[in-house]
Design a protein around this ligand. Structure first.
Ligand SMILES: C=CC1=C(C)c2cc3[nH]c(cc4nc(cc5[nH]c(cc1n2)c(C)c5CCC(=O)O)C(CCC(=O)O)=C4C)c(C)c3C=C
Ligand SMILES: [Fe+2]
Length: 387
């Protein structure tokens, strides 16, 4: 009988404070995170931004104990999924492939090859698809497959996104209901979905379905929850000076406070594990903004982590994928939209010409800003929030 494997894809996070800068360098080296007109600009710019951002980022990681819990949580999810599938008579090997930190996707693929896995399910731990998350990992896998033809013996299938999966929706609804019932007057609570943002250009120019999937997911969770509470959706974790999806979480909190909202329950929806954006950004920064604005009853729904209903949902996804027609990497890395690229037209999901040109200009501005910063000790980078 053939060997079956599951490759869990995730972003990865620095485990200790010294990891922050190289982690940021890896992240900003990814052309799906920052795409530039000339590939040679990628590494210098990644070096520049990671150097400029690392101090602030380190402070944030220090506020949550000095590192990201992402690896530990993902390993616990992998163990729980393995046990669940074994109990169902489906023994599988689980592999974790992180995009920007250990254990890297390349290492996971090497292990899959070493273990002579015949059937493989590729499952991103992002419920919704974005070019910048699952898309980036799929593109990396496609590259690894192209570089090593011996991987073609593996009969793999890819799960592109799974935000509609009933078990996932039920797990989210259960966590929300539990948290709602901790308020003195649960019906008076506004449910505040906070999704990780992406730059607007990803959606409008490159055709990223992320915003649409987030909106649909929010509606499906509310239907599954079946409670009368009002709800809103906003986007957090903006980086750099370009426009990101709106409303921004901090603005939406302020607006609700102005409308007299007193009870707020924040639901992180674009990620299934605790990470810096839940533990630091929501629990510390947004709580402070809410309290200063007059919202005194502020709670957050915990991330799914190893919630049994969620692990059951992951197991269902794996079993369904094994029994369905195979989805190949080119099908999920395929271009969404035809856009003009300089110097020739090609199918691309990255930035369009105008965005690329603007990124190039921004890179130049960044270099000038750094010079001012270095000479004066205070400069524009503080103002745009990069430092
Ligand atoms: C669905 C989730 C995520 C999307 C979409 C996403 C897009 C995105 N992120 C950045 C920049 C940064 N992300 C960082 C960390 C980080 N991001 C996500 C998730 C999504 N990112 C996770 C899970 C993490 C790791 C968290 C951890 O616990 O370590 C960081 C580093 C942290 C910081 O300095 O703030 C940056 C920077 C961009 C530019 C982007 C879309 C283009
Ligand atoms: Fe991010």
């Amino acid at each position: 009988m053939g060997r079956t494997g599951v490759l869990l894809l995730n972003l990865g996070g620095p485990e200790q404070i010294e990891d922050v800068r190289p982690f940021l360098f890896n992240l900003f080296s990814d052309p799906e995170i920052i795409r530039l007109p000339f590939p040679w600009m990628q590494k210098p710019l990644a070096w520049l931004i990671s150097s400029l951002r690392s101090k602030r980022s380190q402070e944030n990681y220090l506020a949550i104990g000095g590192g990201s819990p992402l690896r530990q949580v993902t390993e616990a999810q992998a163990t729980a999924l393995e046990t669940n599938l074994k109990e169902k008579g489906e023994p599988v090997g689980i592999y974790i492939g992180m995009r920007y930190w250990h254990p890297f996707t390349e290492e996971a693929v090497a292990k899959i090859k070493r273990d002579r896995i015949d059937e493989l399910v590729i499952l991103p731990l992002y419920p919704q698809f974005s070019i910048s998350t699952s898309g980036s990992s799929f593109r990396l896998l496609e590259k690894l497959w192209q570089e090593d033809p011996s991987l073609n013996r593996i009969n793999y299938t890819v799960i592109r996104s799974w935000y509609e999966q009933p078990g996932y929706l039920q797990a989210m609804a259960q966590l929300i209901a539990q948290e709602l019932d901790k308020f003195a007057h649960p019906d008076e609570v506004t449910i505040f979905f906070s999704a990780h943002g992406v730059p607007v250009s990803y959606v409008e120019e490159a055709g990223d379905p992320y915003q649409k999937e987030i909106e649909e997911c929010t509606d499906l969770i509310m239907q599954t929850l079946n409670r009368p509470n009002p709800h809103v959706l906003a986007y957090q974790s903006r980086v750099g000076p370009v426009e990101w999806l709106k409303p921004y979480t901090e603005d939406a909190i302020q607006e609700l406070a102005n409308e007299g909202v007193q009870n707020l329950l924040v639901v992180p929806i674009s990620f299934v594990s605790e990470h810096i954006e839940t533990l630091q950004e929501i629990d510390i920064e947004y709580r402070e903004i809410a309290e200063e604005a007059g919202i005194h009853n502020f709670r957050r729904v915990p991330a799914l982590n190893t919630h049994p209903v969620f692990i059951e949902a992951l197991a269902d996804l794996v079993l369904n994928a094994l029994n369905s027609p195979k989805v190949q990497l080119p099908q999920v890395t395929q271009m969404k939209k035809q856009v003009k690229m300089y110097p020739q037209e090609r199918w691309e999901w990255g930035m369009t010409t105008s965005a690329e040109v603007w990124n190039g200009r921004l890179a130049m501005l960044g270099l000038i800003a750094l010079l001012i910063e270095l000479i004066s000790g205070h400069g524009p980078l503080h103002l745009v929030g990069l430092l």
